[in-house]
Design a protein around this ligand. Structure first.
Ligand SMILES: Nc1ncnc2c1ncn2[C@@H]1O[C@H](COP(=O)(O)OP(=O)(O)OP(=O)(O)O)[C@@H](O)[C@H]1O
Length: 920
């Protein structure tokens, strides 16, 4: 089982990983001298950055710096295959996969960082590594092609250019990979929507979604004519795009559109249907009603109304009526009344555009999810999970609360074990602080706070519980402060009784409240919350929250309107089968229309967002904030029963400049992500907590001999493994006092240093085993081929001896002995300027040795393997530790050795390198 992993070059050729103790720059922040300070971390990251090393370990987690190298490369030039900068990330994926296979405990990669720090980029790299290590590599994995196609389509739909990132994703993404038999048999993409109001919000400085610019650049003249877009020469002529700037030059947009189109087809979604909806959305934005008479349209708009109606397969009359009338349910019956204000009609229009857009995205994701299963799932490799596995998973996770599970996360219960082996990836929103922060920013920053809270409870809970026992942690107060600050903000925003979201939701339901009233209520309810400040004298609609990553001032003036998230049923019923001949359009609203007990509008309000997906529990009437919290909590519940692996993404600068390391930017991110505190905690506390049985499963192969005594308990076996490790490490003169572990009733607590030693030792054992197996296999192959080879050699010898004519060539050679093609050899020699008749020169002496696939530099510590005399005097005894300075410059095959103050050239074979192998 391990050999598959061992073939990965990344693991075997990672000298940094195993050799970094004491070297600068260290490959793991935890190896910096205690106590770790921000300055040391920054200089370490800086030194690595200069050397092109963008990844640095933080114990079991990884820090990755975004160098913005794609600023100088187009996306088509970026090939994940030759991306050598992701070596440690790939290694991490391998480790996590091994853990998944051995412990069956679901695992989650959580990408954290500011907007633009590279979360989405690294999420793709994780997916790439995952698929290249499973499913027999990428080439055979159609699942991976579909996942990347789905993500490419999604990116165009959900990415926009912002102040922080020219390619910022406006949805949170949660990817679930179901793994079985070393294959990903199903991938599910879940989206968390929040920012669809951006589509119709045409304020200055806001950019619209990439797809509109790509589509307008990439459609052919004929396609544009068919979609009624041929009369528009520039982006600015569309109201919804009038304030936006194209995110790239025309040719790039055109190329991206072609890529998007290909990916859409890979996802089995109709290109024509989707472009019809997108064109309709753009044209809907241009339907403007006269402010003097709300029911009247100007002449140009009349044409646009007709075009939209044709694109959506409805009559202009039905569309016009849907936008301008409202059904009111009175005790006397249903009344169809005209809407009198232009603002209300325009709200209806924008709600329609948003609903069409976001539901199309949702439908594409659902379609892609249905394709992202390999045959394994259908064959029922894992019958209990393969069909409807998400549902069962949902139910399971919904039963557990976030806080109860985080406290005892490493204990898989019976129910946990039924969960299929899952590898999740979470790529949520980055923290945002704009000049004008709205409801979307509050939701996005709340999401960051929840993840921060999750991080605190997972990264520090174990340490706190252990500190109770041993009071070893030097940072309990600091951790407590961070956790309680964070909890204050989470409560302020989402408390079920008096949180900001709750107050907002009530105000939407009451439909009378004014934002000033809400702000007053917030102020009154949270007057003691130190994370909130309201200065009602300077502005009646603003409040400031002290988030973990900085203070953000929110303008609540649009909160109530944005939180509504509603569309009237008059608009929804436009898409009933009687009215609409466009099947795709009808399908977008099938739930609302299908759920209605009586056909036709009833004066109800529906949500703009689709109901299905992760938030199955959500209702038709939920507000935006309600829906967002529900879905986010569901995701957090799902991941709280998995083992998290944090990937901290840092941006190297704020201006997206290529390879520019700005110290202050890094310092800010280190502080908000608590990297320095985490490093110190990892150094001082046994942070790992694992059940004895799981530990033994992972590491029992380290024991030279496993006791077969039936009465040996799991705890005893675990003790034996650790004692053996200590003994081995003592022989290496490692600081064994840092080998920290504690035995608890069911669990073992151990330090990061122990984990690293265990992993390094395990890798070494696996490597040795692989060498033995390969040696045996090659020996077997040689012995099998030897009779044919022998015959061949005999024939050659015979031909030479008898000077047989060249044409004569006995057919002894079997297919298993490859023939040397001299013409090719000559050609290669000519290409590389090699003279085949001249013996190549001896390469210069190396200034290092290689042991266990690692480079070991001079001076080295070696062991004398036999007695060595200088004259008659015995200078070295067998087993003496000696210092080897370098290969001897005067005598071939000799090394310059120093022992007891004397330096002497000694034959190579007398002193052997101290590797673990010498001790086994
Ligand atoms: N390791 C890397 N090497 C090269 N380019 C990178 C790397 N990481 C990120 N980038 C580039 O930096 C830009 C920002 O990255 P990305 O969109 O992944 O950030 P993000 O954290 O997901 O931002 P947001 O939260 O706003 O979506 C992208 O153009 C991405 O291609």
């Amino acid at each position: 089982m391990w050999l598959g992993f061992l073939r990965s070059d990344d693991q075997l050729q990672e000298p940094q990983l195993l050799n970094a103790y004491g070297e600068m720059p260290v490959s793991d922040i935890v190896h910096l001298k205690y106590p770790v300070f921000a300055e040391n971390v920054i200089s370490c990251l800086d030194m690595r950055f200069i050397r092109g090393l963008l990844e640095t370990w933080l114990g079991p987690s990884l820090i990755i710096i975004n160098p913005y190298s794609n600023a100088i490369k187009s996306s088509s030039e970026q090939n994940p295959d030759d991306n050598s900068s992701c070596r440690l990330l790939r290694h991490k994926v391998t480790e996590v996969l091994q853990e998944l296979f051995q412990t069956k405990l679901p695992q989650t990669f959580i990408l954290r960082g500011e907007s633009g720090s590279g979360k989405s980029y690294n999420a793709k790299q994780i997916l790439y590594s995952l698929f290249s290590q499973t499913n027999q590599g990428l080439s055979r994995s159609s699942c991976f092609t579909k996942v990347t196609a789905a993500l490419t389509v999604l990116c165009s739909f959900t990415n926009v250019s912002t102040k922080y990132n020219s390619d910022s994703s406006r949805v949170g993404i949660f990817i679930q990979n179901y793994v079985c038999d070393y294959s990903v048999y199903k991938t599910k993409i879940n989206c968390l929507y929040i920012d669809h109001a951006r589509l119709t919000c045409v304020e200055e400085g806001f950019n619209n979604y990439h797809i509109f610019f790509e589509m307008l650049a990439g459609l052919t003249a004929e396609e544009k004519r068919n979609l009624y877009l041929d009369n528009y020469q520039t982006f600015k002529e569309f109201n919804y795009l009038s304030t936006s700037d194209p995110p790239a030059d025309f040719d790039t947009l055109k190329r991206q559109f072609q890529e998007w189109k290909d990916c859409l087809i890979t996802c089995d979604v109709s290109f024509t249907d989707v472009t019809r909806v997108l064109s309709a959305v753009l044209l809907i934005g241009n339907i403007t009603f006269l402010s003097t008479n709300s029911q009247q349209l100007d002449l140009k708009t009349q044409n646009e109304l007709k075009s939209v109606a044709t694109l959506l397969g409805i009559s202009s009359m039905v569309l016009y009526q849907g936008l301008t009338t409202k059904t009111i349910n009175t005790p006397e019956g249903l009344n169809l009344t005209p809407i009198l204000t232009t603002i209300k009609i325009h709200e209806n229009r924008d709600a329609l555009a948003q609903a069409l857009y976001v539901r199309t995205v949702h439908m594409i994701v659902r379609k892609a999810n249905s394709l992202l299963r390999t045959h394994g799932a259908k064959k029922g490799r894992n019958p209990s999970n393969a069909s409807g596995s998400c549902k069962s998973d949902d139910r399971l996770s919904a039963q557990k609360s976030f806080h109860s599970t985080t406290s005892d996360k490493s204990v898989p219960t019976e129910t946990d074990r039924q969960i299929p082996p899952l590898l999740n990836i979470i790529d949520m929103f980055g923290f945002e602080n704009l000049t004008d922060n709205k409801l979307e920013q509050l939701a996005i920053n709340f999401c960051s706070e929840l993840l921060e809270s999750y991080h605190n409870s997972h990264a520090f809970n174990t340490s706190r519980s252990s500190s109770k026992d041993e009071t070893r942690s030097k940072y309990p107060e600091l951790i407590k402060d961070r956790c309680s600050d964070n909890q204050l903000v989470v409560d302020l925003i989402s408390h079920p009784v008096n949180g900001i979201f709750k107050l907002l939701n009530e105000s939407v339901r009451e439909s009378r409240s004014h934002i000033g009233v809400i702000i007053n209520r917030i102020e009154a309810t949270h007057s003691r919350n130190s994370c909130l400040s309201i200065n009602s004298l300077s502005s009646a609609t603003q409040f400031t929250i002290h988030h973990y990553a900085g203070r953000v001032t929110y303008d609540a003036s649009t909160f109530i309107a944005r939180n509504k998230n509603t569309i009237s049923d008059d608009v929804v019923w436009i898409f009933s089968q009687e009215n609409c001949a466009f099947g795709f359009g009808t399908h977008l609203f099938y739930q609302e229309i299908g759920d209605a007990s009586v056909p036709g509008p009833q004066g109800k309000l529906y949500k703009i967002l689709p109901r299905a997906g992760i938030g199955r529990l959500s209702k038709h009437t939920n507000t935006l904030a309600e829906d967002f919290c529900l879905k986010l909590n569901e995701i957090i519940k799902k991941i709280s029963i998995t083992k998290p692996h944090f990937i901290y993404c840092l941006k190297s600068n704020d201006s997206s400049s290529y390879l520019t390391f700005e110290t202050e930017v890094i310092r800010r991110q280190l502080q908000s992500l608590q990297i320095v505190t985490t490093a110190n905690i990892i150094k001082t506390t046994p942070i790992h907590r694992i059940k004895y049985s799981l530990f033994n499963n992972l590491y029992k192969l380290l024991l030279p001999k496993i006791s077969t005594a039936a009465d040996q308990s799991q705890e005893e076996l675990c003790k034996n493994i650790l004692e053996h490790l200590k003994e081995i490490s003592r022989n290496f003169n490692l600081e064994t006092q840092a080998f920290d572990w504690m035995f608890r009733q069911h669990h073992l607590l151990f330090s990061e240093q122990v984990r690293q030693e265990l992993e390094a030792y395990k890798l070494h054992i696996l490597y040795q085993s692989a060498v033995i197996i390969q040696t045996q296999w090659r020996g077997y192959q040689c012995r099998k081929r030897w009779p044919f080879l022998f015959q061949h050699l005999q024939a050659l010898q015979l031909r030479r001896l008898n000077s047989l004519p060249n044409e004569y060539n006995p057919v002894f050679v079997t297919s298993s002995v490859p023939k040397l093609d001299w013409n090719t050899v000559k050609q290669i020699c000519a290409t590389y300027g090699i003279n085949p008749s001249v013996t190549p020169p001896v390469p210069p002496a190396r200034h290092y040795s290689v042991a266990g696939n690692m480079k070991v530099n001079f001076p080295q510590t070696r062991i004398a393997t036999e007695v060595f005399k200088i004259g008659k005097h015995v200078w070295l005894q067998e087993g003496d530790d000696v210092k080897v300075l370098m290969p001897s410059s005067t005598k071939d095959g000799h090394l310059t050795v120093q022992f007891q103050g004397v330096t002497q050239d000694v034959p190579h074979h007398i002193v052997q390198l101290r590797t673990m192998g010498t001790l086994l």
